[in-house]
Structure formats: structure tokens, C-alpha cells
Design a protein around this ligand. Structure first.
Ligand SMILES: Cc1cc2nc3c(=O)[nH]c(=O)nc-3n(C[C@H](O)[C@H](O)[C@H](O)COP(=O)(O)OP(=O)(O)OC[C@H]3O[C@@H](n4cnc5c(N)ncnc54)[C@H](O)[C@@H]3O)c2cc1C
Ligand code: FES
Length: 404
């Protein structure tokens, strides 16, 4: 039996120890800054706005952001702070837990596209921050760690993702493994600063020097002694956390909403641990860190269906609410909603276009669609009517969706 040692974080790093979907009801608005995320402009810093250079391709939502600071967090991770200019900052409001998609230049392919969660929180008076950890042999992460310098411009897709609490006033149980701390930290900071929820964080790392944000977490634990508990798990001391060990750790907080992000085996162990504690599956939210195989920065806007125009019987009708406007469009049954919207010149959000990131998420208000692929929406999301526009084709003749 492995020894289980749990260390509550104290100031000073040395203290570290050893399918088919139909419409449904609305998703509750996030409170505090999470709610403000939908008003966007309020959340985004303007401090360095004048220095930033931004060009937005109106048809795709791609913006170029300037790196305003790079922080070496650990031996193999860096934080990169990015700022859009004032003209386009309204596209860069976000909710805690969301991610950006970055275009990373490549001599080989022109570019690769990678998602990075925001480790900053919306209420913070500063640039948007992503934190990148080197992946052994990985291209994108190493390029960013080696080449990100102040003044660098990067093409970026606006914040996206559903890995965000519905309320900042709810008590949360958070799990972060390695670089998986990034969205979890954003959520944690937002709850402490703008909500009334209590937070317990279980944070697993290989060894003490690999702990990203050790100081920041220590400071937060000191500032919020009655609302924040940080439990560090060091593999070098305690070995890999087993399902039983994670369940023992989580037990006092098992009734809470759970957010987990980290390496796949860690997330599986967390899910199994929460299941063994009888946690409602719909209350356990996971963010998977995968590399996109597609590249939204290089892909054309749509693939037209040559039969669509000649076979009206094969068309459905979509009513789409987006950015305060309602569009009524013809929807060829063989095309995805995202492809149809982009072909119509409607600037719908997206990133991977392969059902893996949730950047294109929208909600079916009436009618029915089916998704070709879904690697990211969870049962609770599906029950609320959320679908991936990049994977959705119509089932009924009339479908209404909203991006609001
Ligand atoms: C929602 C989300 C949030 C995420 N948040 C974070 C985060 O906060 N922090 C973090 O560190 N990671 C995060 N990730 C993971 C991140 O997106 C990458 O998967 C990770 O950085 C590894 O990417 P990589 O390119 O370094 O490695 P790999 O994915 O292993 O890349 C290797 C690939 O690059 C190709 N390649 C090699 N050389 C070249 C070249 N010269 N030109 C073109 N292609 C080449 C290879 O063929 C291979 O397919 C997140 C992922 C998602 C989906
Ligand atoms: S764009 Fe990534 S899931 Fe649709």
C-alpha cells in the first residue's frame, strides 16, 4: 500500500511536501465575473491597448495579439501575457476556465494551431495570460517556450469553451494535474474575488520544482484562509495518486461541483474516485488537453455541398441568434451548421472544427440536430441543449439555435 501524504499549502515553496440532441432549457448565467464574461468588454484590460497591434479578419474572428510579458514559471513552463487593441477588446472578454487558440508559425506546414487555457481571471486588471508547459518532442509548446518574447505578435482566436462554473457562489472541488492547473486557477481566482463559494484544490505534480503558480496559490491561501484549501500531491514523494487515494482526499467535499484538468490518467482516476464517492456524473466537469489535428487558421471557410442547391428537399431551415442578430438560413442536410453559417458570411465562433474543443458551442432552442462527433460536451451540457455547430446536421426541418 502506498503511503498517502497530504500537505496543505503554506507560504513558502519549501513547505511543499512530499448522439442526437434536441432543444432544452437555458443554461443558468454565470454570476459575478462569469456573467460579465458575456458582456465581454468589461473584462478585458485596456492598459496596454494603445501599444497593441491588432488586425481582425472580420470573416473569421481571427485577431492578432501582442505579447506584453513573458514569465518563466518553472524550468519547463512559461506564462505569456497577451493584449488585443481597444478596437477589438470586445472579442476578448472571457469566463474563467476558457481557452484561446493560438497560431504557431511552422516552416514545415505554415503553422500549427494549439489551444491554451487562460490562467488569468476576468476580474484581474491585466492582459490575458496563457501558461504553456513543454511537451517532450512537441512542436507547438516548445516553439512558444523558446520564441515568445515581449513584442511578438500572434494570431489568436477569441476565448471559447464550456469549462466554467455556472455560479461563482457555489462551493467547488477542483483537481489540477501539472499544466492542467491553468483553467482551474482561473476558476479558483474568480470564485475568491467575485463570488462567495468555498474552494478546495487538489494539485498534483511530479515534483516540487514543477509546481506552477506555487507562490500565487500560497498567497491566495493566506488571503482566504476560511474559503480556500490547497492540497498538494507530489509524485516524487507520494507516487501516482490512485483512485482510492483521490477518493479519500475528495471525500469531505464530494457533494460539490467538480472541475478537473490534467493528464488523461489523472483525470480518469479523478472521475473514478468521484464515481466511487457517488458524485453525480453531471457535476464532474473535465477539460481535456489535446492537440488539434486541424488548423482553423489555414482551413478555408467552408466546403460547399454541390447537391445542396439543386435538391431543395434536402434542405432544412435554421434560425440562428448570434451577436444580437437573428439570421434565417437554408441548411443543406449534409452540411454542418458551422459550414453553412461561414458560407453565409456569418461570423460564427470556432477553433478545431473536429468536435474536440467546444469553441463552436451553441444551444438548440427548438427542433433537433445530430452531431457527427462529440469529444467534449458532457451529459449535462447535452441535456441543456448544447451542441457543437461544427458537427451538427439537421434532423428536423426547422431548427432554432442561439449563441447567446
Ligand atoms: C482546451 C485546451 C486547453 C489547453 N490548455 C493548455 C494549457 O493551458 N497549457 C498547456 O501547456 N497545454 C494546454 N493544452 C494542450 C496544448 O494545446 C497542446 O496540446 C500541447 O501544448 C502540446 O502541443 P505540442 O505541439 O507541443 O505537442 P504535440 O501535440 O505532441 O505536437 C507534435 C505534433 O507537431 C507536429 N510537428 C512537429 N514538428 C512540426 C513542425 N516543425 N511544423 C509543424 N508541425 C510539426 C508533429 O507532426 C506532431 O503531430 C490545451 C489543450 C486544449 C484542447
Ligand atoms: S470548433 Fe472545436 S468543437 Fe467545434
Amino acid at each position: 500500500m502506498e503511503r498517502m501524504t497530504v500537505t496543505e499549502f503554506e507560504p513558502g515553496a519549501a513547505r511543499l511536501a512530499a448522439g442526437t440532441q434536441s432543444g432544452a432549457g437555458p443554461r443558468p448565467d454565470a454570476s459575478g465575473d462569469a456573467a460579465e464574461g458575456s458582456t465581454r468588454a468589461d473584462d478585458v484590460t485596456r492598459r496596454d491597448a494603445e501599444a497593441a497591434v491588432v488586425t481582425v479578419r472580420q470573416e473569421s474572428g481571427i485577431a492578432s495579439m501582442r505579447v506584453v510579458r513573458v514569465v518563466r514559471e518553472t524550468e519547463d513552463s512559461v506564462s505569456i501575457e497577451l493584449t488585443p487593441d481597444a478596437a477589438h477588446s470586445d472579442r476578448f472578454g472571457y469566463r474563467p476556465g476558457q481557452f484561446l487558440t493560438l497560431r504557431i508559425p511552422s516552416d514545415l506546414t505554415g503553422s500549427v494551431s494549439r489551444c491554451y487555457s487562460l490562467s488569468s481571471a476576468p476580474h484581474e486588471d491585466g492582459p490575458l495570460k496563457v501558461t504553456v508547459k513543454r511537451t517532450a518532442e512537441g512542436y507547438g509548446s516548445n516553439w512558444l517556450c523558446d520564441n515568445a518574447v515581449e513584442g511578438l505578435e500572434l494570431q489568436v482566436l477569441p476565448p471559447a469553451g464550456l469549462f466554467t462554473p455556472s455560479s461563482l457562489d457555489e462551493d467547488l472541488l477542483l483537481f489540477g494535474g501539472g499544466s492542467g492547473i491553468t483553467p482551474v486557477l482561473s476558476i479558483l481566482k474568480a470564485v475568491l474575488a467575485r463570488g462567495s463559494g468555498h474552494v478546495t484544490l487538489v494539485y498534483a505534480n511530479q515534483h516540487e520544482n514543477a509546481v506552477i503558480f506555487a507562490r500565487e496559490l500560497a498567497d491566495l491561501a493566506v488571503a482566504h484562509p476560511d474559503r480556500l484549501v490547497v492540497l498538494h500531491w507530489l509524485q516524487s514523494v507520494q507516487g501516482l495518486p490512485s483512485v482510492e487515494q483521490l477518493a479519500a482526499l475528495a471525500k469531505p467535499w464530494a457533494a460539490r461541483e467538480v472541475f478537473t484538468c490534467g493528464p488523461a490518467p489523472f483525470m480518469s482516476a479523478v472521475s473514478a474516485a468521484m464515481a466511487s464517492l457517488g458524485a453525480d456524473r453531471t457535476r464532474v466537469h473535465s477539460e481535456k488537453f489535446v492537440s488539434l489535428s486541424g488548423n482553423p487558421f489555414e482551413t478555408g471557410s467552408t466546403t460547399a455541398d454541390p447537391d445542396a442547391a439543386t435538391d431543395p428537399g434536402d434542405n432544412a431551415t435554421a434560425r440562428v441568434e448570434l451577436d444580437g442578430e437573428t439570421h434565417e438560413i437554408t441548411w443543406p442536410r449534409r452540411q454542418t451548421l458551422l459550414d453553412v453559417l461561414l458560407a453565409e458570411g456569418i461570423e460564427a465562433p470556432y477553433s478545431c472544427r473536429e468536435g474536440a474543443c467546444s469553441a463552436c458551442v451553441c444551444r438548440v432552442v427548438s427542433g433537433e440536430v445530430s452531431m457527427r462527433r462529440n469529444e467534449v460536451l458532457e451529459e449535462a451540457d447535452l441535456q441543456e441543449g448544447y451542441v457543437l455547430a461544427c458537427q451538427s446536421v439537421p434532423v428536423t426541418d426547422d431548427v432554432s439555435v442561439t449563441y447567446e
